[in-house]
Design a protein around this ligand. Sequence first.
Ligand SMILES: Nc1nc2c(c(=O)[nH]1)N[C@H]1C(S)=C(S)[C@@H](COP(=O)(O)OP(=O)(O)OC[C@H]3O[C@@H](n4cnc5c(=O)[nH]c(N)nc54)[C@H](O)[C@@H]3O)O[C@H]1N2
Ligand SMILES: Nc1nc2c(c(=O)[nH]1)N[C@H]1C(S)=C(S)[C@@H](COP(=O)(O)OP(=O)(O)OC[C@H]3O[C@@H](n4cnc5c(=O)[nH]c(N)nc54)[C@H](O)[C@@H]3O)O[C@H]1N2
Ligand code: SF4
Ligand SMILES: [Mo]
Length: 667
Amino acid sequence: MTVHKTICPYDCPTSCGLLAHVEDGRVVRVQGDPQHPACKGMICGKMRRYERSINDPRRLLTPLVRTGPKGSGQFAPASWDQAARTIAERLSAVLDEAGPGAVLPFYYSGVMSLIQRFCGDAFFGSLGACELVMTLCASAKSAGYKAVMGATGGLDPRELEHSDLLLVWGANVRATRLQTMPDLRTARRRGVRVVLVEACAEEMAAHCDETLLVRPGTDGALALAMMHVLDAEGLADAAFLRQHAQGYEDFRATLGACTPAWAEGVCGVPADRIVALAREFGAAGAPAILLGSGNSRYGNGAMTVRLITILSAFTGAWGRPGGGLCGCSPGGGACVDMARVTRPDLRPAPGRRVNINQLASALDPDGETPVRYLHVYGSNPVASVSNQNGVLRGLAREDLFTVVHERFMTDTARWADVILPATFSVEQADCYAAYGYATFAAAPRLVPPPGQCRSNWDIFRLLAEAMGLDDPHFRRTEEDLLAELLAHPTPLLAAVPQAQRAALATGGAVSLPFADHTAWRTPSGMIEIVNPAEPEPMPRYIPPHGGAEALRLIAVPSSWTLNSIFLERDDLVRSRGAMELLLHPDDAAARSIADGDAVLARNDQGRATFRARLTPLVAPGTVAAVGVFTRDQAPDGSLVNALHHERLSDRGEATTLNDNTVEVERL
Ligand SMILES: Nc1nc2c(c(=O)[nH]1)N[C@H]1C(S)=C(S)[C@@H](COP(=O)(O)OP(=O)(O)OC[C@H]3O[C@@H](n4cnc5c(=O)[nH]c(N)nc54)[C@H](O)[C@@H]3O)O[C@H]1N2
Ligand SMILES: Nc1nc2c(c(=O)[nH]1)N[C@H]1C(S)=C(S)[C@@H](COP(=O)(O)OP(=O)(O)OC[C@H]3O[C@@H](n4cnc5c(=O)[nH]c(N)nc54)[C@H](O)[C@@H]3O)O[C@H]1N2
Ligand code: SF4
Ligand SMILES: [Mo]
C-alpha cells in the first residue's frame, strides 16, 4: 500500500488536503493531511469515506446512448468511437442549422480544480458557442464586496486568533466551513463572544453566545442601524474613515434616518438588541465579521454585502490584526495564468451570453434562439438551478440534443441523449486554488480510471478531434497542461519560495502570503463607501424581490451532503433523513401543522412536498429547505428549486435562490 497527497475537489472554501491510501490501483482509505496548511488534518465526515464514492458500484463506466423516450432513463452502452461520432454529427448539424448561439456548454462546481473545471472553454470557444455566465453561487457577494474594497484581500482566517469579537453573519460554519469551528471554540475559551446573525440558526446557535434572527434579505437594514448607533455614540473611527474612506461624510449624513426602531420594522431584530450589538461591536478593538453567502442570494444581495462590508470598516478594525471581514477571497488574486487553459484567443467572436440561472429560459422553445445542443459537465442543473419545472420542460424537447458527462445517473443525466462516464479527482491530474483560504495545491493522477471513464479534458480532446479542430492545444495531455501552469506562476504564487513550490510537482499544497488589508486596491486607493462607478453610488437599504405568498423560503446547505454531491452515499443520505422544511412554531400553529406532518409548499413557479420540522431557530415568517435531494427522494418528484424564480441579484447577475415566497399547507 502506498500513501499519496491529494486535494478535496469539491466546492468548499478550504480545499482540504487528503492522504489517499492506494492498494492494487484502488483508493482504499482517505484521511486528512496533517501537513496541509489550512485543514491541518481535519476533514469533514463526508470525505473521510471518499473511497466509498470512488468505488461505488453504481458509477457510470461506459458511454451510453438513449434508447427510450427522453427522461425515461433507458440507455444502451456504446463505444467511445460511436459516442464521439454521434456527438460530432449532431453538434455540426446544430452549428449549420442554427449557428453557434444554439450551442450551450453548461458547467459549474462539480470539480473545483483549474484544468478539469474550465477546460471546456477552449473547445466551445473555438466553435464560437454561447458563453455561460457562471453566477450560480456567490457573485452578488463578490460584487458587493468589490464595490467597497475592490481587489483588496479579505481578512485571512489565519488571523481570527487575534479577533476580540466574532460576528457569524449568515454562515453555517459547521456545514460549510468546518475548519473555522476550532477558531470559534478557541475564541470562546479566551472569553471572546461569538454572536450569530441568521435567518435559520438551527445548526449554529448552540455554538454561539447569542443569536439574532433576521427576516431573510433584510440584513442591510441591520447593518445600517448598527452604523447609526456607532455614529451617534461616537464609536465610529472618524479619523480612520476620513483618511481612508471615500464619501464618509456624505454617507454619514444618510444614517440619521436608519434608526434601530426603523430597522426593527424591516428586519425583525428588536431595537434594543441592535443597540446592544452595535455598542459591543464599537467597544471591540478587532471585531471580525464572518460572512457567509446566504444573504447575498437576493434581489438586494450585493447591496446587503456592501453595507456589511462598510460596517466591518466603520470602527477602523481593518487596520488591526484580527479585525475586518472574513469570508471573501483572502488570497488577493490568481496563482496561475488561466488563459493557458481557457484559450480565449481561439474564440473567433464573442458568443451569446447565457446566464446559468436562466437555463429554463435558454431552453424555452418559444424563446429567442432556443438552445439545441446542451453539454453538461460538473453540474446537475435539474437539482441546482432555479425553475426546475422550466428546466425539465426544456430537457424534454425532442429538437434538443443533450450530452451529460457524469459519474452517476443524476436527475440531469437521466434526460441526456448521450452520457459520457466521468472520472473522480484521484483519477485525473490538476491544481486547485482554495477560495476561503490562501492556499494553492496540485494533485497528480493516483489511480487509473475504472471502466471507460475519462476526464473532462480527455473528453474535449476527443471531441476536438471529432470536430476537426486542429490547434495543438488539443493534442496535449492534462499532465502537460498542469506542468505548463506550474511553470508560469503569477507573482502571487511566485512569491512562495521555489523550494516549497517544487513540492507541487508531485502533489501537495503551499500557503500563500497574507494579503495586505490596508493597501486598498480600489480605483481611488480608498475604501469606497460612496462608489461613483456603481448604479447606486450611495449605499442604502433596498428591499429584496420578495413575492405575493405569505412565507419567505430559503434554501440552506446540509452538513451531510454538498449541493448534489454525495447523494450516492447511502450512509450520508440515511443520516440526513427526509426532505424537510423548517418552520417556526408560530407559523406552523397558524396552519395547524405539527412536527413531522407532510406539507405542501407552493407559489407561482410550482409546488413541492416536504416533511415539516418545527424549530424556534428559524426566523418567524420564514421556512427553510435543507440540502439538495434526488427527485426520487422527493415525495412528488419536485425539489425545492421548483419554487425558485430565475430573477437575478442587483449586481453580479447572481442567483436569488433565497429570495422566494411560498404558501405552506398541511397535506
Ligand atoms: N456540508 C456542506 N458544505 C458545503 C456546501 C453544502 O451544501 N454542504 N456548499 C458549498 C458551497 S457551494 C458553498 S457556496 C459554500 C458556502 O455555502 P453557502 O450556501 O453560502 O452557506 P453559508 O455561507 O453557510 O450561508 C448560508 C447561510 O445563510 C443563511 N441565510 C440565508 N439567507 C439569509 C439572510 O437573509 N440573512 C442571514 N443573516 N442569513 C441568511 C442560511 O440560513 C444559511 O445558514 O459552502 C460549501 N460547503
Ligand atoms: N436548493 C438548493 N439549490 C442550490 C444550492 C442549495 O444549497 N440548495 N446551492 C447553490 C450553490 S451555492 C451552488 S455552488 C450550486 C452547485 O450546483 P452544481 O454545480 O450543479 O453542483 P452539484 O449539484 O453538486 O453537481 C455537480 C455534479 O458534478 C459531477 N462531477 C463531480 N466531479 C466531476 C468531474 O470531475 N467531472 C464531471 N464531468 N462531473 C463531475 C457530480 O457527480 C455532480 O453530479 O447549486 C446551487 N443550488
Ligand atoms: S468537503 Fe469541504 S470540509 Fe470536507 S474535505 Fe472537502 S473541502 Fe474539506
Ligand atoms: Mo456555491
